[in-house]
Ligand binder design. Structure first.
Ligand code: DC
Length: 228
């Protein structure tokens, strides 16, 4: 069966990564979390005090960054590495989350990440989630999904996720962060978050996790059959 690339875009905390991960596992495809790559760059920039307004400093930092994904043999989960360091938990802390939209709005950062993401998709068989996957990274993806959900539901889900990682964050703080990131991600000049013309919407507001995965897999299966 010929493999295809699947692009999943949408706002933060709509269920993109959980759905993408499960779809990839079920289809035997590679899952790539593009947000993790922008988060890893942000972590590096914070740890090295990179001045975002200094293009030379930004480029030098980007030249020193290598982001890779490795499957943890114990959990079967894909984990993010920044150079040789495993940063899977650190990139999801509020410290990084607070700055990631500013960092990912920078064109040199996007250029470097998009080029790496396109390499992952060369052989097809990738499920990638993010903000510009269907519009910029894989404009010819066989299936593009755009996920949406009600804001309060998104806040509750993100808060629960953080709580499970022992991070207690106030509802209003999570909501403010999501709203701020929505605004920056969808209004930035370079590759703003928007639904691709040929993307199909999944609204996860009233869906359980299993239902949203099933909906994604149904779309994927029929698209894969069409392509074969
Ligand atoms: O999916 P996430 O919340 O982990 O993504 C973190 C940030 O990275 C998000 O606020 C915007 C940015 N991002 C992006 O600009 N382009 C992508 N393809 C993925 C993420």
């Amino acid at each position: 069966m010929k493999k295809v690339n699947i692009a999943i875009d949408g706002f933060s905390a709509c269920g993109k990564s959980t759905t993408a991960k499960a779809m990839a596992r079920e289809l035997g495809y590679l899952y790539v979390d593009s947000g993790a790559m922008y988060r890893a760059v942000t972590l590096y920039f914070l740890d090295h005090n990179i001045t975002l307004t200094n293009p030379r400093e930004v480029q030098k930092a980007l030249d020193n960054i290598k982001i890779t994904f490795h499957v943890n043999p114990k959990t079967g989960e894909t984990e993010t590495f920044l150079n040789v360091l495993r940063v899977e938990e650190e990139i999801r802390t509020m410290r990084v989350t607070e700055h990631v939209s500013q960092v990912s709005a920078l064109s040199p950062v996007r250029k470097a990440m998009v080029s790496q993401q396109q390499k992952f998709g060369k052989k097809k068989g990738v499920v990638m989630d993010g903000r510009d996957i269907g519009t910029v990274v894989f404009p010819d993806a066989a299936l593009k999904i755009f996920m949406i959900a009600d804001m309060n539901i998104r806040v509750e889900r993100r808060q629960k996720e953080l709580f499970e990682k022992n991070q207690l964050v106030d509802f209003e703080e999570v909501k403010a962060n999501l709203a701020r990131r929505d605004a920056i991600d969808s209004t930035r000049e370079d590759s703003p978050l928007k639904q691709a013309d040929d993307a199909l919407i999944i609204d996860t507001t009233y869906l359980t996790l299993d239902e949203q995965i099933e909906e994604g897999l149904n779309l994927a299966t029929s698209r894969i059959l069409e392509q074969n």
